[in-house]
Design a protein around this ligand. Structure first.
Ligand SMILES: NC(=O)c1ccc[n+]([C@@H]2O[C@H](COP(=O)([O-])OP(=O)(O)OC[C@H]3O[C@@H](n4cnc5c(N)ncnc54)[C@H](OP(=O)(O)O)[C@@H]3O)[C@@H](O)[C@H]2O)c1
Length: 332
């Protein structure tokens, strides 16, 4: 079979389009003929060798996978050849978990083997591309805003990096949950226009404006209730200024670094809750809910660009250029 493989860490060019052995499945696994993979920032970080989740080399990436079951292990029940499925990437083990596309080969190939319990049928007419966009980004948005921050109707939300796959989903989930005010930030005015179309009420370009000052103006000095942060250290100090009394900050991403001064004063004075979020701790119900919201059109997948498997390196480059609004999809 063909696969996008890297044998060393480095720039996107280390990804090679090569022949690889078609995986042999165990009695508890299914083989999936991959139709769609959505890329995430994590794929890029893994390939660069800078991720705290190291991968073994050579590696086939691709965490968000949808496709058709093409072979079924002898002990597997409830799944048949030809079923359209999406993959829950978190393989829960007796001790901890492994992630498909991280600790195991992922979907950037014609075929991938998956434990049957990680396979979720695609309901209704959901496309492979739409389904592949759900397991990381939509689930992170749902799990973060609902299960970690307990966002309630009428609350005010700030979503950073609105053009990221996760940001696009967080805006829509906040809208679905009836937040009274959704403020979105991004690095270009073009992305901010698109964020408005998705449901953002107010937008801030963090490259040309001081986002903390703008949030202060927009909220009349009260701040937001929930902050969905994908930036990390470089935004920390301003983030704390944006939060109102009893505000909750969701630590989702660290594209802006991992070390910051904690600033005990305002955290204590404003009763702020700092909440970590990892999608790999989200229960299966979050994936099921996110798929249902997509199927019922409460949230929509925003596809920025599609690439064939042979152009996976170019797709990584596209993400590194911060050019995308929404998801980048690979169709093997
Ligand atoms: N905790 C979890 O479980 C979880 C799950 C999913 C994602 N994440 C994290 O959330 C973040 C977004 O992930 P994603 O896959 O949705 O992202 P993505 O689609 O690749 O988009 C990332 C966007 O972040 C913005 N950004 C701001 N500062 C940046 C910087 N220093 N370097 C690169 N991009 C920067 C860029 O938009 P502008 O040009 O507009 O600034 C960029 O387009 C990542 O940090 C990722 O690791 C965490």
């Amino acid at each position: 079979m063909k696969a996008a493989i890297y044998h060393e860490f480095g720039e996107s060019e280390v990804i090679k389009y090569e022949d690889a052995d078609k995986p042999a499945i165990s009695s508890e696994e299914v083989l999936i003929n991959v139709k769609s993979v959505s890329l995430n920032q994590l794929d890029v970080r893994l390939r660069s060798g800078k991720s705290p989740r190291p991968v073994d080399l050579p590696h086939i990436g691709g965490i968000d996978i949808a496709g058709v079951v093409s072979e079924v292990g002898s002990n597997v029940t409830g799944l048949s050849e030809g079923d359209k499925v999406v993959v829950d990437p978190t393989v829960r083990l007796e001790k901890g978990f492994e992630v498909i596309g991280v600790n195991r080969h992922g979907g950037l190939a014609e075929f991938v083997k998956i434990p049957a319990r990680n396979v979720v049928p695609i309901a209704g007419g959901l496309s492979f591309d739409d389904a592949a966009a759900v397991p990381i980004c939509s689930v992170t948005a749902w799990y973060g805003l609902v299960e970690r921050a307990n966002l309630r109707a009428g609350e005010k939300v700030l979503v950073h990096a609105a053009g990221s796959g996760t940001g696009c989903m967080a805006i829509q989930v906040a809208k679905y949950l009836e937040a009274s005010l959704i403020i979105a930030t991004a690095g270009s005015d073009e992305k901010l226009e698109k964020a408005k179309e998705l449901g953002a009420d107010e937008v801030i370009n963090y490259n040309t404006q001081d986002f903390a000052e703008e949030v202060k103006k927009i909220t009349g000095g009260k701040g937001v209730d929930v902050l969905f942060d994908q930036i990390g250290a470089s935004a920390w100090e301003k983030n704390i200024k944006c939060l109102g009394n009893k505000g909750r900050i969701l630590l989702v991403g660290v594209v802006g670094g991992v070390k910051a001064d904690l600033m005990f004063g305002p955290l204590i004075m404003k009763d702020i809750s700092v909440l970590g979020v990892t999608v790999f701790n989200a229960p299966r119900s979050s994936l099921e809910k996110a798929l249902k919201l997509t199927l019922d059109k409460y949230i929509k997948t925003i596809i920025d660009k599609k690439f064939p498997l042979s152009e996976t390196a170019a797709a990584h480059k596209h993400i590194e250029n911060r050019a995308q609004f929404g998801k980048v999809i690979i169709n093997p």
